[in-house]
Design a protein around this ligand. Structure first.
Ligand code: Z5A
Length: 215
């Protein structure tokens, strides 16, 4: 059976990853393709349990413990879900993956980037995305979008939504630095635009990859 594809969506919060992952999956489904949409942290039963601790600001977590949780989540996600689905020929779309660890725990929290590279390789079993799309926008726009959502919801801000603007700025810069260092894998798409315009570019990037792979 032909190998599938592994596509990740990355970016600061409120950049539109979840919305664009769903829209992309719908377009691919409509073509009769087999698609799995998943996310980190989460995506497996163990991952969802980890996610609830990871995001809960009422649970005190040292930054090293935060890092270990997200790596444990990825180790399970890769082996239980991502690798089997790609091996079965599916197009797998993950809302966040290892670049989020580099951006949040590396650029945001200050962990050594080389150490994170080693830990990411261990957790991901060296599984890298075929394509990563970084949805980029000013952090103020992303935070406004998520604050509007928090206002209308029962829950308050999660661990990261409560961080200072400077943290989110470093994270955004981290994603852009990753894109500069790996231009063959990572595409940056401006996401402070109409949903449909962003969606068309996201689909265009995936379509170009499918053509290159003759899928
Ligand atoms: N994290 C980490 O630290 N290390 C790691 O290794 C990993 C993760 C894997 C997960 O939070 C947190 O975990 C994340 C990093 C950390 N925290 N932060 N920050 P999450 O999964 O709960 O949330 P998120 O990943 O940050 O996603 P989000 O806040 O839900 O944002 P999004 O998925 O990018 O955006 P969205 O949900 O599609 O859209 C947000 C709102 O904007 C929504 O109301 C949309 O309708 C609206 N939207 C979307 N696009 C548009 C456009 N184009 N125009 C107008 N409005 C729009």
């Amino acid at each position: 059976m032909a190998q599938g594809l592994f596509v990740t969506l990355e970016g600061v919060e409120g950049s539109g990853k979840t919305t664009q992952a769903a829209a992309l999956a719908e377009k691919l489904h409509a073509q009769g393709r087999r698609v799995t949409v998943t996310h980190e942290p989460g995506g497996t039963r163990a991952g969802e349990a980890i996610r609830s601790i990871f995001l809960d600001p009422a649970i005190s977590l040292d930054v090293a413990a935060e890092l270990m949780l997200v790596l444990a989540d990825r180790a399970q996600h890769v082996r239980e879900k991502l690798r089997p689905a790609v091996a079965a020929g599916e197009i797998v779309i993950s809302d966040r993956y290892s670049d989020s660890t580099t951006a949040y725990q590396g650029y945001g929290r200050g962990f050594d980037l080389r150490l994170l590279g080693d830990l990411n390789r261990l957790a991901s079993d060296t599984m890298m995305p075929d394509l990563t799309i970084v949805l980029d926008l000013p952090i103020e726009t992303g935070l406004e979008r998520t604050r509007a959502r928090v206002k209308g919801a029962i829950r308050g801000p999660d661990r990261f939504e409560g961080e200072v603007a400077e943290f989110h700025r470093r994270v955004r810069e981290g994603f852009l630095a990753i894109a500069r260092s790996e231009p063959d894998r990572v595409v940056v798409i401006k996401s402070d635009r109409e949903l449909e315009a962003v969606g068309a570019e996201v689909y265009g990037a995936v379509e170009a990859l499918m053509k290159r792979r003759c899928l």
